[in-house]
Design a protein around this ligand. Structure first.
Ligand code: PLP
Length: 358
């Protein structure tokens, strides 16, 4: 019999392939701006590393410890290699943390709106969701979350910067928050978009880990590193929790191909800096566009923008007919658009201006 908690679950709706969408819409060109992928591809070092490797050892199981990438990231983040737990994308880490920590009836505190997978996995484990809405600027409400903590609270998800609102909370604010959260509550800070933050020098809370055993920080190679197809994400956690997660996770969850790709991508920080700079410039143009057209939007520090527009569903259809796929369904009359290449951003902005003038 199917578990009670799963019977009525709505599935996460993954992206259709671009080929499938093109065929469905009768389009020759389709630019996907719905999944926050990297519009600049990936570092050329990745292709080189993969070609150098070829299909060597394809018959062998990969390194369960992900030794080479583990060392590189431990050096880069200045953390203990043992503090890292790798996953088949962050998706797997979100599932792993939920599976490991949540029991039926536990309370999980979430920002509303935020990344939908936190709630999906919490529901599968039979946990109870407690939603705390973002504030008027679309920012995670840390004091609201503190107020929502009860003796039943097991976990708090902080997506920073937050998907889909694009806003962030400061290092200082999270540090003050952690000082007030009971140590029995695990606080998970999903830093999938942290590299895109330019408003502040340091926003990541990785440096707070030695101070708080109940803090978990998540990172992914899918966004700024442009490796979504390779599926590499990781958690930085206290050593005790790392040991437990290592026991629960699948032993060979990262292929050697994924490790090699991530290793090469990580070694090319110049690529990362270039992407971050270009995204920040293009994002600013988006912000200016919303201001000029009096469209409500939140100040983004990510590679996507989130805004409100009348008849958003019709607008998204018009954009699709013109070869641009954007994300709907995250808020009534709100659309999320990934920051794309400059020419594509301009084309989409032109289509939006035409639509709102009609
Ligand atoms: C994209 C995204 C992820 C998932 O990353 P993968 O490593 O590709 O699984 C996790 N969290 C947030 C907030 C995201 O937007």
């Amino acid at each position: 019999m199917v578990k009670k908690t799963i019977e009525k679950l709505k599935p996460y709706i993954p992206e259709k392939t671009i080929a499938e969408m093109k065929k469905e819409q009768g389009l020759t060109k389709l630019v996907r701006l719905s999944a926050n992928e990297n519009a600049w591809g990936t570092s050329p070092k990745v292709a080189q590393a993969i070609m150098d490797w070829g299909v060597k050892d394809a018959n062998r199981y990969p390194d369960s410890e992900v030794t080479s990438l583990r060392q590189a990231i431990a050096n880069g983040l200045n953390v203990d290699p043992e503090a890292l737990v790798f996953g088949d994308g962050l998706d797997e880490i979100i599932q792993l943390l939920s599976r490991t920590l949540l029991s039926p009836g536990d309370e999980v505190i979430l920002t509303q709106p935020t990344f939908s997978e936190y709630a999906l996995h919490a529901k599968i484990e039979g946990a109870k969701m407690v939603d705390v809405p973002v504030d008027v600027s679309g920012t995670t409400d840390l004091s609201g979350i503190l107020a929502a903590i009860t003796p039943a609270t097991e976990m708090v998800w902080l997506c920073n910067p937050n998907n889909p609102t694009g806003t962030y909370v400061t290092h200082q604010a999270i540090a003050a928050f952690m000082a007030k959260v009971p140590s029995s509550v695990t606080v998970i800070v999903d830093e999938a978009y942290i590299d895109f933050v330019t408003a502040e020098k340091q926003t990541s809370v990785v440096d707070l880990l030695p101070k708080y055993d109940n803090l978990v920080v998540l990172r992914t190679f899918s966004k700024v590193y442009g490796l979504a197809n390779f599926r590499v994400g990781f958690a930085v956690v206290a050593p005790q929790l790392a040991k437990i997660l290592q026991t629960v996770r699948l032993p060979y969850n990262l292929s050697t191909f994924a490790e090699i790709a991530a290793d090469a991508a990580y070694s090319d920080q110049q690529f990362v800096r270039r992407v971050v700079k270009t995204v920040a410039d293009e994002r600013q143009k988006w912000m200016d566009f919303f201001k000029t057209h009096a469209l409500l939007s939140y100040p983004s520090q990510t590679n996507f923008v989130f805004f409100k527009v009348d008849q958003a569903a019709e607008l998204s259809q018009k954009l699709l007919q013109n070869g641009y796929l954007v994300r709907t369904g995250l808020g009534h009359d709100w659309l999320r658009i990934t920051v794309g290449q400059p020419a594509d951003n301009q084309a989409v902005q032109k289509l939006i201006s035409e639509f709102i003038k009609k």
